[in-house]
Write a protein that binds this ligand. Structure first.
Ligand code: HPA
Ligand code: ZN
Length: 334
């Protein structure tokens, strides 16, 4: 079964590129760019990754991102992740990036975007990996700042498929960003938002009602409200669930307590994703395997999750059909 999981074609829909910064690259970029890290060595970095909640992670995540300065740095960061995708049979990936994390340190928007874009192009040619980019607003900052960021993105509109919302959830509800999401929708962007990761299930209803998102990132708190569960099932809104992230950030104490199987059994369109793999101890296949081991997923459920990942992505119907055919072909032979 582990070979089956490792080799089944899959898509990833919830991956923060800044969260794929491995300690080794963090150290080499810090040295190159003359940036002081609060760690003496790689072991100290790994020891520091002992989180108690979302904020305790975000503090280290934003600090780590300070080593990213040049276009080449963003290229290297992205290409390292895409090499992992190639190894893990991720044929399509939809990548989040947080421009404000960088523009607030004086890095140009174009430096970030062009570095990432070049790596995506190279991975398309070298590994045949398809991809989309999702620009996230940091929800601890103001809506006005999000509007400025949206303005900066317009020059690169063709390169960005969707707008998302991430960072500190509690106290920063979707309603804070209603106007800027409305504007983004008018401009033709697809929409997603982190909701119900550690804050109330009501944030999920808000993201659906006020932001009109196409997908919910995380969404695991939906289980607190049966009406919402029925709504998600009926709409077949995708939840991009990140199991290792959830246990590392203590949303669930153990993987045995994770509710992904319950939601799958209920008929909700859930997918498995890695969120910030360099910080949470595993890439996509490690997430699949952790869930499989803890919750005893069936082979049929693994196949369902792989199909959900492509069906919930922002690619065309024809591309979806082609990827689903590849899964069916794989299943026939394995
Ligand atoms: O899991 C997350 N939640 C919110 N913001 C984030 N930014 C990176 N990862 C996350
Ligand atoms: Zn996330």
């Amino acid at each position: 079964m582990l070979d089956f999981i490792n080799n089944i074609p899959k898509a990833e829909l919830h991956l923060h590129i800044e969260g794929s910064l491995e300690p080794e690259l963090m150290f080499s970029l810090a040295q190159k760019n003359n940036i002081k890290l609060p760690y003496k060595n790689i072991q100290e970095v790994k020891d520091a990754y002992n989180f108690t909640n979302l904020q305790s992670f975000l503090d280290l995540y934003y600090n780590g991102a300070k080593v990213l300065i040049t276009q080449q740095d963003f290229y290297d960061l992205t290409f390292e992740y895409l090499k992992k995708c190639h190894k893990q049979k991720i044929l399509h990936t939809e990548i989040f990036f947080d421009p404000q994390t960088h523009t607030h340190r004086g890095i140009e928007f174009s430096t970030v975007l062009n570095g990432i874009k070049q790596a995506l192009n190279d991975a398309k040619n070298e590994f045949k990996i398809s991809s989309k980019l999702i620009m996230c607003f940091l929800r601890h900052l103001s809506q006005e700042d999000a509007f400025k960021t949206l303005e900066q993105a317009l020059e690169f509109k063709e390169d960005i498929i969707a707008i998302g919302l991430d960072s500190s959830e509690i106290g920063n509800p979707p309603s804070k960003f209603e106007k800027v999401f409305k504007k983004a929708k008018e401009l033709g962007f697809k929409l997603v938002a982190h909701a119900g990761e550690e804050a109330s299930y009501e944030y999920i209803n808000e993201a659906l009602d006020l932001l009109e998102v196409n997908r919910i990132d995380h969404g695991v708190q939906a289980i607190q409200n049966e009406q919402l569960m029925k709504r998600l099932k009926q709409m077949q809104i995708a939840l991009t669930v990140c199991p290792l992230s959830n246990t590392k950030l203590k949303v669930f104490e153990t993987m045995q307590e994770h509710n992904i199987k319950k939601m799958l059994d209920f008929g909700i369109n859930v997918t498995i994703n890695s969120d910030d793999p360099a910080y949470f101890g595993g890439y996509l296949n490690e997430n699949f395997i952790a869930v499989y081991k803890a919750l005893d997923l069936s082979k049929q459920q693994i196949i369902q999750l792989a199909k959900n990942s492509f069906n919930s992505s922002f690619i065309s119907i024809e591309e979806k059909q082609d990827y689903i055919k590849q899964i069916d072909e794989f299943v026939k032979n394995n």
